[in-house]
Design a protein around this ligand. Structure first.
Ligand code: SF4
Length: 378
């Protein structure tokens, strides 16, 4: 039985699809969402999974409503689902319960209702405070809606607020990035995520990039953006605890830390991924099937020791705390790691491997080399 589990609840509905996004969601275009049916199936799946995995009464580290756009759902949806969660797991009011929220569907009265259900963290998809960058990203909300959303969350009593930003957008200058992050810091947010725009295959953005109608910044510009982000956010009082995540001390995302530390995460809802007891699976993305009560799995796998070791390193190297180096690997990899340490890519600290700022910039290269080293030892 896992001692500690994180619960992820996927809500696969968005008003419209953003052109860069490959998360599992359908565009409602304003049509009503079958909220009651979806909540009913979620609850049935939750009970079924808990029984199957024999985890009833386990300690719950966090609950995360992600999507999609969970904030499209009415407050009763969260009340109903969280009440079912409380019947299955052991947790108290100190648990972290997050709702991903789109500024376009942020309502003060909803935020007030959420608090009554124990929701205590909001993660806003702000992406930028500038109209021209939001347009490039194909986002539907305005900068003003994002500002008002943060203020409404505060008014409703939320202290633990995170905002996501995207950089590396076509024509985005260093000044644009600075403007965005300085405005974010002016809200005294306890948590900010800053992700480089990535081109996911199968998205309209991938087509535009291929056709040459959307231009990505060059490598040098991106490196400057990464450095500027670290400098501004750390000077602004936040600590980088993960390659793209910054927080005040003690307000790191507990849910994401559980994931990056390779802890057990149970995902429910159409398209949700679970990783529990050395197994991984994804609940069907066929929403019609899911709504009819069929939560078949896609891609079910038993994680081999080799894959687990690779994933543990891949995710752990993203963290400022790094990865624990066991004595056997230390013996085998010692000389290579010492060389990388001399090259300024990492530090060996108290039995852990921790990437430096330079190492974070080259994390793909480091990870690839670690994978090759794992292949030789497993
Ligand atoms: S709102 Fe979020 S989940 Fe929905 S399409 Fe846009 S980026 Fe993807």
């Amino acid at each position: 039985m896992p001692k500690n589990i994180a619960l992820y609840i996927h809500v696969p509905y968005c008003l419209e699809k953003c052109p860069y996004c490959d998360f599992h969601s359908v565009a409602t275009s304003g049509a009503p969402i079958p909220e009651i049916d979806y909540a009913d199936v979620l609850i049935r799946q939750l009970k079924w999974e808990v029984e199957r995995l024999e985890i009833k009464g386990s300690a719950l580290a966090s609950v995360f409503f992600g999507g999609g756009t969970p904030s499209l759902m009415k407050p009763e949806f969260f009340g109903k689902v969280l009440s079912a969660v409380s019947e299955q797991f052991d947790f108290d009011s100190s648990i972290e319960i997050t709702v991903e929220t789109n500024p376009a569907s942020a309502l003060l009265k909803n935020f007030q209702a959420w608090r009554a259900f124990g929701i205590n963290r909001i993660s806003f998809g702000v992406q930028s405070f500038q109209e021209h960058l939001l347009k490039k990203l194909g986002r539907r909300h305005t900068p003003q809606e994002a500002r008002e959303a943060i203020q409404s969350a505060r008014e409703a009593g939320f202290d633990n607020i995170s905002c996501d930003f995207i950089f590396g957008i076509e024509e985005e200058t260093l000044e644009d990035l600075e403007k965005d992050l300085k405005e974010a810091l002016s809200f005294d947010l306890p948590h900010i995520s800053a992700y480089q725009l990535t081109v996911e295959s199968g998205t309209p953005l991938a087509v535009w990039v291929k056709e040459g109608t959307f231009h990505l910044p060059d490598e040098d510009h991106l490196v400057m953006m990464h450095k500027k982000t670290v400098e501004l956010l750390e000077n602004g009082g936040l600590k980088r605890y993960e390659i793209s995540n910054y927080s005040k001390i003690g307000l790191e995302s507990r849910h994401n830390l559980q994931y990056w530390r390779y802890g057990d995460c149970l995902g429910i809802g159409s398209g949700a991924v679970s990783c529990v007891n050395g197994k991984r699976w994804r609940t069907t993305r066929k929403l019609k099937n899911y709504l009819s009560g069929n939560w078949d799995y896609e891609d079910e796998e038993t994680i081999s020791d080799k894959t687990a070791l690779k994933e543990k390193w891949m995710m752990g190297l993203r963290l400022a705390e790094g990865v624990e180096l066991d004595p056997v690997l230390h013996q085998k990899w010692g000389s290579t790691l010492s060389k990388w340490e001399k090259d300024g890519l990492l530090q060996l600290k108290e039995g852990r491997v921790v990437l430096t700022e330079e190492g974070f910039l080259m994390s793909n290269w480091v990870t690839q080399n670690i994978f090759e080293m794992i292949e030789k030892v497993c």
